[in-house]
Design a protein around this ligand. Structure first.
Ligand code: GYE
Length: 340
């Protein structure tokens, strides 16, 4: 009798255990509707569509949300911080589970992020940096290292000029550099410039370079072309180097340089940042010399981080995505592998 009772109990325990197992599997269905969990809603405020890079960034976020089964409320700010603030307020009012945004500029976010915190909605900063009095207003930042990108631009440039026995076009002992900067007040423009200048100041060869002019081209092809035209109007026969904070501005500038009767990539050495397909083609055509990669494919890491935060898991405060450097001589081989 005792034996039968023990057997019945053992069988019962097995049934219960199996039931629990099934239940667990269901609830760990990583937020997908099929998993029986409530679907996560993310409010995402994007800056706009100023560059090829930005388009790739937007696509990455949208695709990754789909793949992760996250409902994305996507808002395009058309290059205006006030539109981003409005979007974040509307995400709060809707009661989304989590907010992510690309800060167009560094400052001016304290109030709205405090409102998100008070509403207990976690915030992830994507791509660019924010400057806040209280860093606890966001949980994590996913992006790229703009200072390092600027440093890498200078390092590549310094070596390239030496290796190719370049001499200043207008004579003298200094290369004349013009810079097309990104959006005024954006962390990316500030830090890329800082990284470039610091590397120049620290290098033994730093004195061989002079920044002749530096102005914003707002990260767009159109503005890059216009500003390059004005640089060429005053210094056509002096400019040795163009450093563009992004590839799109370099692509616009190439047109201005050709229109001025000069050869881009030869008369003027061109180095920019991002690594979009357009600049790879320009390098293959001999019209640009190097791109320092800035990786826009941040969607998957963003979704993974969002899920961890909502599960109450600890996440890194700052994560940088991987990036490389691509001079013109590897462009042809690399272009087919480029994803953006
Ligand atoms: O380099 C530029 C874009 O914030 C890193 O913004 C990003 C920059 C990127 O529009 O092309």
């Amino acid at each position: 009798m005792k034996k039968i009772l023990a057997l019945v109990m053992a069988i019962m325990m097995m049934v219960v255990a199996a039931g629990c197992g099934g239940g667990n599997e269901k609830s760990s269905g990583s937020g997908s509707a099929a998993g029986g969990e409530k679907k996560i809603t993310m409010g995402f405020s994007q800056i706009g569509a100023e560059s090829e890079w930005r388009t790739a960034n937007t696509e990455s976020v949208k695709q990754a949300a789909k793949d992760a089964g996250i409902e994305l409320q996507f808002s395009d700010a058309q290059q205006k911080q006030e539109n981003q603030i409005k979007a974040i307020r509307s995400f709060i009012a809707q009661g989304v589970d989590i907010i992510a945004f690309v800060p167009i500029v560094e400052t001016g976010w304290d109030t709205v992020l405090k409102e998100a915190k008070d509403a207990k909605i976690p915030v992830i900063v994507v791509d660019r940096d924010v400057k806040l009095a209280d860093d606890s207003l966001y949980v994590a930042k996913i992006g790229t290292d703009s200072v390092k990108e600027g440093q890498n631009v200078f390092k590549w440039l310094d070596e390239y000029m030496k290796k190719n026995n370049k001499t200043p076009r207008a004579g003298g002992d200094q290369f004349q550099v013009v810079v097309l900067e990104g959006t005024v007040g954006s962390s990316v423009a500030i830090r890329r410039q800082e990284g470039f200048k610091n590397a120049m100041a620290e290098s033994a060869d730093g004195k061989k370079f002079n920044i002749l002019a530096s102005q914003t081209g707002e990260f767009t092809r159109q503005k890059g072309q216009e500003v390059m035209e004005s640089f060429l109007k005053s210094d056509r026969d002096k400019i040795d180097v163009l450093f563009a904070h992004n590839d799109d501005m370099a692509l616009g500038a190439i047109q201005a340089i050709e229109a001025a009767g000069l050869q881009p990539g030869k008369d003027i050495t061109i180095v920019s940042i991002d690594g979009v397909k357009g600049i790879f083609q320009a390098m293959i055509d001999g019209k640009a010399n190097c791109t320092v990669e800035c990786n826009p494919l941040q969607g998957p890491l963003l979704m993974e981080t969002a899920k961890k935060i909502l599960k109450g898991e600890k996440v890194e405060k700052l994560v940088y995505v991987d990036e490389g450097i691509f001079p013109a001589d590897v462009a042809e081989k690399t272009l087919p592998e480029r994803k953006y």
